[in-house]
Design a protein around this ligand. Structure first.
Ligand SMILES: [Zn+2]
Length: 299
């Protein structure tokens, strides 16, 4: 007993007095409040403004930024703080960004019990040729596993999703929409980027609810090591919730596809939502751009 107290006393003197704060501090250094949200908007505008003024961007950085559309929302109020996105109200294909909506609609009809699935890659219709192996809902969101969502939507119809989609301000899938459209593959279920961003804010507000809990956990894991891993890498710490998507390009000049990212930060109590579309690149690359933009915001 004496030895234990002696060790405790020694440790108390050896450890710096502020260690508990260091150990238990939130990983995020972002101060909550409207000042941060306003300065985030100013920093992004400052980043894009010099390039927007020249119609023929010459620098490499401006050429890259010219491929980027973005919306920055106040996560508390849904207010658009900054945007560079022509017609953000117009519905376009958003790829796998619909997966969380589909997953929640499935849960509502199945007592929030989600199946486990073996993704066999190309053989089971996944974008990752070698497959994701054993997948449950959280990992399916983390890796945006098409095989899992093909399985989940095999028996679903538009009517299963319509009430939830509409309650979140989204469009219902067309009545004849195929199961793969409900899984976020193809162009048949289109949504306005602005409304999709707002729907994610509502999802994150419901993060303690069944189904949503696993989805939000999957978004945290996506930023750490899934399809959104470039976001945390650019930030230098695990501090975001991310969902990625790739969809056919809908604007000029045409490219095969555009990468989409929705990122909320900080992960524990989001202050801002950044939605990015990068022209002609896969979503994992768009995640890198979103991560760089978020890093600029917190710098
Ligand atoms: Zn897969």
């Amino acid at each position: 007993m004496k030895t234990i107290s002696l060790i405790a006393v020694v440790i108390l003197f050896v450890l710096p007095p502020d260690l508990p704060e260091i150990l238990f501090a939130d990983a995020s250094t972002i101060p909550p409040g409207s000042l941060f949200r306003q300065s985030a908007a100013r920093k992004l505008e400052r980043e894009f403004a010099p390039c927007a003024e020249s119609s023929e961007p010459t620098s490499q950085k401006c050429r890259q930024l010219s491929r980027v559309s973005f919306l920055l929302l106040d996560a508390r109020t849904g207010t658009v703080l900054a945007s560079q996105w022509p017609n953000p109200e117009a519905p376009i294909p958003l790829g796998s960004l619909v997966k969380p909506i589909t997953a929640l609609a499935y849960g509502e009809r199945h007592q929030f019990r989600y199946p486990t699935h073996i993704c066999r890659g190309a053989k089971s219709g996944c974008w990752l040729a070698r497959g994701h192996g054993k997948v449950e809902l959280t990992t399916a969101i983390e890796y945006s596993c098409n095989s899992y969502f093909r399985m989940l939507t095999a028996e679903m119809t538009s009517a299963d999703i319509a009430p939830l989609a509409v309650s979140l301000g989204l469009r219902a899938p067309d009545p004849g929409a195929s199961p793969i459209a409900l899984a976020g593959i193809g162009v048949d279920w289109q949504n306005s980027p602005l409304r999709m961003a707002a729907a994610y804010l509502e999802l994150v507000r419901r993060r303690e609810q069944p189904g949503v809990r696993q989805i939000v956990a999957g978004m945290g894991q996506s930023a750490e090591h899934g399809t959104g891993a470039e976001v945390d890498r650019a930030l230098g710490r695990a501090d975001a919730l991310v969902k990625t998507g790739t969809a056919p390009c809908t604007h000029a000049p045409r490219a095969p596809g555009d990468g989409f990212v929705i990122a909320l930060m900080p992960a524990s109590d989001p202050q801002i939502l950044l939605m990015v579309r990068e022209h002609g690149v896969p979503s994992t690359q768009a995640a890198r751009t979103a991560g760089m933009m978020l890093r600029r915001i917190v710098e």
